[in-house]
Design a protein around this ligand. Structure first.
Ligand SMILES: NC(=O)C1=CN([C@@H]2O[C@H](COP(=O)(O)OP(=O)(O)OC[C@H]3O[C@@H](n4cnc5c(N)ncnc54)[C@H](OP(=O)(O)O)[C@@H]3O)[C@@H](O)[C@H]2O)[C@@H](O)CC1
Length: 201
C-alpha cells in the first residue's frame, strides 16, 4: 500500500455480495486516508446495498458513471480492487455485460487485488480453461480460502474475516491459520523473495 502514494484506487463492484464487500472496502480505504473511486453500474435494489452506497456517498467517495479507458486507469489509479464476482451464486462464464470490466483488469498493468476469488473464476475449478483468467497480484480470501484459489499465482494471499465459530471450523475441517495478535487478516502465502518485504506485509 505504500506504493499507492497520492494516487486513487479504483474499486470495481459487481451486482451481488462481492460487490457489497467492494463498497465496504472503499469505505474503509477512505477512512484510512486513501482515495477510493467506485465503479458500480449494476445496482441491486436491496436495503443493504442502498445503505452501503449511501455510506460511501456521505463519506465523499466518488462513483464513476462509466468504466474508465485503460489509458486513464494506467495514469490515474495505483491499484484496482476487484469486487465484481466472488464465489457463491456466481456461475461462469461471465455474461457479455461484465466482460469489459474483467478485460480491463486483465489488461491493466496496475496491480489488482481480488476480494474472495478473482472475478470469473469457478469456486472449485479456479481459473477458466486455458489459463485465460484474471490474475490478481493479491487475493484476499474471506472466511476460508476456496478450492479454486489453489490456482492463484499472484504474490500475496491473505485470509480475512476472523469470525468463524470454532464449532463450524471443526465441523468442516477448515484448519484455519492463527491470526496474529488482534489482527483481522493473516498472510497465508507470499511469493516474494525479499524477506524484509514479506515482514512489511
Ligand atoms: N456467503 C458468505 O458466507 C459470505 C459471503 N461474502 C461475500 O459474498 C460473495 C458471494 O456473493 P454472492 O452470492 O452474491 O455472489 P457474487 O459472486 O457476488 O455474484 C452474484 C451476482 O452475480 C450474478 N451472476 C451470476 N453468474 C453470473 C455470470 N455468469 N455472469 C454475470 N453475472 C452473474 C448474479 O446474478 P443472478 O444469478 O442473481 O441473476 C448475482 O447478481 C463472496 O464471494 C464474498 O465476497 C462475504 O461477505 C463473507 C461471507
Amino acid at each position: 500500500m505504500e506504493k499507492v502514494g497520492n494516487k486513487s484506487i479504483l474499486v470495481i463492484c459487481g451486482p451481488g455480495n462481492n460487490g457489497g464487500d467492494g463498497l465496504v472496502c472503499a469505505r474503509h480505504l477512505k477512512v484510512l486516508g486513501y482515495k477510493p473511486v467506485i465503479y458500480y453500474p449494476v445496482r441491486t435494489e436491496k436495503q443493504l446495498y442502498n445503505s452501503l452506497t449511501t455510506q460511501c456517498t456521505n463519506m465523499a467517495v466518488p462513483f464513476l458513471q462509466m468504466l474508465p479507458e485503460l489509458s486513464t486507469v494506467e495514469c490515474t489509479f495505483a491499484l484496482i480492487v476487484d469486487a465484481v464476482f466472488g464465489f457463491s451464486s456466481f456461475k461462469p462464464p461471465v455474461t457479455e455485460a461484465f466482460v469489459a470490466r474483467i478485460d480491463l483488469m486483465k489488461k491493466a498493468t496496475v496491480p489488482v487485488v481480488s476480494i474472495d476469488l478473482p472475478s470469473g473464476w469457478h469456486v472449485d475449478n479456479g481459473e477458466p480453461e486455458e489459463r485465460s483468467g484474471l490474475l490478481p497480484e493479491m487475493l484476499i480470501s474471506l472466511m476460508c480460502p476456496k478450492r479454486g484459489a489453489l490456482d492463484f499465482r499472484g504474490i500475496y494471499h491473505y485470509l480475512g474475516g476472523r469470525f468463524v465459530p470454532a464449532a463450524l471450523e471443526e465441523k468442516f475441517e477448515m484448519n484455519l491459520p492463527e491470526y496474529p495478535g488482534t489482527d483481522c487478516c493473516v498472510l497465508i502465502s507470499c511469493d516474494c523473495e525479499d524477506e524484509e518485504h514479506q515482514k512489511e506485509h
